[in-house]
Design a binder for this molecule. Structure first.
Ligand code: ACO
Length: 392
């Protein structure tokens, strides 16, 4: 029972609730289609770069050569970290989850900005580009510190993907590895009104600063129901270990009502188009790296799961191969979700800015079903436990 008399529909999980009109991303989950600003994900993965895609998402159009030069120059000029931020990262316990490190470091960036707040959209965008530039450096610096190594300063004149790989190891990345990382960043850059993008939008709607907006996104992506499935999918492949064991793993898992990681999606009820792209990339990378056993095991799990889930709307998603790709690039498993964040900042920014252009404070309601008018109980008469205070 509720005190509200008119009929109320509760949209738990906000399924099918639209919060704004948007020109940023379109997903057709029945037809395996994903578009960023009208361009198909296949076209972008084949022809674009992460920088171009980030520009497209944030500004709305594909950049001209001079606009791209200016944008990449901006990223390059902001990529280094202030000594205070590096010192802070150095102080973090080595056992910290890299997503916690990222969340805290991005928040700290705001402390070093003398004017984090601005009503001017172009100033907000400039601050988002600054964060976009610094996030790979934060992740790489923590990875170095926790391995008792000094951070590697950005080299300059490298793409965001290549620069990240360079800062992790201090070695020039293989161009193919850098290309693979670039494609992975493109594929993760945007995905409509998912939980972390919504969190960013809610924070933006309060007119908070860009650091708070991105920090909200990182905090939300951290949860295992959002980011994190790529790590779980890789762990499954490593545990199964060999393609001959895939069938029994899948049969046992499904019999125990366990989920096959890298399968199923709230929006896609057919192939996730990003999965199709990453699977091809993973296969090529496996041959180049001599890690075909890993790929073959993943493939065997996929084939077996597809057979046993046939007739259901549960298909492979992007995470079925993304973890394997990052693993073959030599990246630690707990950095997969930070890499997801590093890419998704483009989408978060695009949605926050779009929402702010026609802002309305996001303030939904909760249907109160509790009691009212309870007598205030004297301390010695209280039961000290939760009473049932629902309306009769
Ligand atoms: N393996 C086996 N069964 C599954 C799977 C799976 N991966 N996913 C869903 N199901 C089953 C559920 O058990 C449930 O069965 P039931 O009706 O018999 O109880 C049914 O499908 C519906 O499940 P829901 O959770 O309601 O479906 P939803 O579409 O909301 O789930 C989700 C989406 C959370 C992603 C789910 O498919 C899942 O947990 N997948 C595994 C984790 C994963 O890969 N996540 C990455 C998603 S992509 C991304 O976030 C970048």
């Amino acid at each position: 029972m509720s005190l509200i008399k008119e009929p109320v529909v509760i949209h738990k999980g906000l399924d099918n609730v639209y919060v704004k009109e948007s020109t940023i991303c379109f997903i057709d989950g029945e037809a395996s289609k994903l578009f960023y600003r009208g361009y198909s994900i296949e076209e972008l993965a084949d022809h674009s770069t992460y920088e171009e895609t980030a520009f497209l998402l944030i500004y709305g159009w594909l950049p001209t050569a001079s606009q791209l030069r200016e944008f990449t120059g901006n990223l390059e000029s902001h990529r280094s970290l202030e000594p205070e931020i590096l010192q802070l990262i150095k102080e973090f316990p080595a056992h910290s989850d890299p997503m916690d490190v990222l969340r805290t470091a991005v928040s700290a960036l705001g402390l070093f900005d003398p004017q984090p707040m601005s009503d001017d959209i172009s100033v907000r965008v400039a601050k988002a580009v600054l964060i976009l530039a610094k996030v790979p450096t934060i992740i790489a610096a923590f990875e170095r510190y926790r391995n008792h190594k000094d951070p590697v300063p950005p080299k300059g004149h490298l793409s965001q993907a290549a620069e990240f790989l360079y800062m992790l190891t201090g070695n020039d990345p293989d161009p193919y590895d850098a290309h693979v990382m670039d494609v992975a960043l493109i594929l993760h850059a945007e995905h409509e009104m998912n939980a972390s993008t919504f969190a960013c939008t809610v924070t933006a709607s309060t007119l908070a600063d860009m650091y708070s907006i991105i920090t909200s996104g990182i905090g939300t992506l951290r949860g295992p129901l959002h980011g994190g499935a790529n790590e779980a999918a890789l762990r499954t492949v490593l545990e199964v270990g060999d393609s001959s064991k895939a069938e029994s793993y899948v049969v046992d898992a499904l019999a125990q009502k366990k989920r096959i990681m890298g399968f199923g999606h709230r929006v896609y009820k057919t192939w996730d188009p990003r999965y199709l792209i990453l699977k091809k990339v993973a296969g090529e990378l496996a041959v180049r790296k001599g890690q075909t056993q890993l790929f073959d095991t993943a493939l065997a799990i996929e084939m077996s799961a597809r057979k046993h889930l046939e007739g259901t709307p549960i298909f492979p998603n992007v995470d079925s191969y993304s973890g394997i790709v990052f693993h073959m690039l030599g990246i630690q498993t707990d950095l997969f979700t930070p890499i997801f964040a590093m890419s998704r900042i483009a989408g978060w920014t695009a949605h926050a800015i779009e929402y702010l252009q026609a802002n309305r404070l996001i303030r939904p309601k909760a249907l109160y079903v509790g009691a009212t008018g309870l007598p205030y109980t004297q301390i010695e008469l209280r039961t000290g436990k939760l009473e049932e205070h629902r309306m009769p």
